[in-house]
Design a protein around this ligand. Structure first.
Ligand code: SAM
Length: 265
């Protein structure tokens, strides 16, 4: 299992429901303390968007999977949010949530927590409505293509968000670096990229599927961004506590990077 094609083939067994259960339900989805992983991720994103530096017409979420938490703090800063994923099964889960179909995953604890972190006194239902309204497209993507969105994008975006995608879809560091180069073409010069990902992880489970992950270190991530022509504005790490090592992956920690694409290479 070492080629991009083999990784893509393995993803055909990805089970969104199992993935959501493993990562976005308790014990990992515990909002009682910032020491837990989900509040840590939401805080990184809320603080970055809260600076007011990241705004514009369009933000693209790269490899959304079946999740929406990663864009919760973005709607006030953009006219349009584009969500993307490699798998139709994940795009369908997203569409169903956007249409508020019965049986969709309950993101309300996340939305409520994002409202608290942002501290603007917004009611969570208003945030939910705004988010659903701002997501204009759910598109297929392949980060290993030179043009990851094909011809679907006419103009580069003002910002990119991506959570747990590049390392989880790349068989080795070289393809991780190349995937970052590919998605960077979707971003305007001067645009911002917020990425969260796994540190030193080699696999995760999503139902029957065991997905292989390229283990990356903090230095690997920083080097990849620097080589792709970004200035790193913020870099944070989280050590996964043993109470959250629940056998669904072997992740050691998590990184958050806020990087800005330089206007000149
Ligand atoms: N962003 C979500 C999150 O934060 O939980 C999902 C992350 S999940 C670990 C990895 C995602 O990468 C999956 O949704 C998968 O479909 C997607 N993926 C796999 N191969 C890809 C590719 N070649 N291009 C883009 N996304 C890909």
């Amino acid at each position: 299992m070492s080629s991009i094609a083999a990784v893509g083939e393995n993803y055909q067994k990805f089970n969104p429901r199992a993935y959501l259960q493993n990562n976005y339900m308790p014990p990992r989805a515990d909002f009682s303390s910032d020491d837990f992983v989900v509040p840590w991720k939401l805080r990184c994103l809320a603080e970055a968007f809260g600076t007011g530096e990241i705004h514009g017409h369009t933000v693209i979420d790269i490899g959304s999977g079946p999740t929406i938490y990663q864009i919760l703090s973005s709607p006030d800063h953009f006219e349009e949010i584009i969500m993307t994923d490699f798998l139709e099964v994940n795009r369908e889960v997203l569409r169903r949530w956007l249409q508020a179909e019965p049986g969709s995953f309950d993101w309300s604890p996340y939305i409520k927590h994002a409202c608290i972190l942002e501290g603007k006194g917004e009611h969570w239902k208003d945030k939910e409505r705004k988010l659903r309204d701002k997501v204009k497209h759910v598109l297929p993507i392949d980060i290993h293509q030179l043009k990851p969105l094909g011809s679907a994008l006419t103009e580069p975006a003002d910002a990119l968000v991506s959570t747990f995608c590049l390392e989880a879809a790349s068989p080795n560091y070289e393809s991780f670096q190349k995937a970052l180069e590919n998605v960077t073409t979707l971003l305007k010069p001067g645009g911002h990229f917020l990425m969260i990902g796994a540190l030193e992880e080699s696999f995760y489970l999503a139902g029957e599927a065991k997905l292989l992950v390229v283990p990356v270190t903090e230095e690997d991530v920083k080097e990849a961004f620097t080589r792709c022509g970004y200035k790193i504005c913020d870099f944070r790490t989280y050590v996964m506590p043993s109470s959250l090592k629940i056998g669904v992956d072997d992740v050691r920690g998590i990184f958050f990077v806020h990087a800005q694409k330089k206007t000149q290479a």
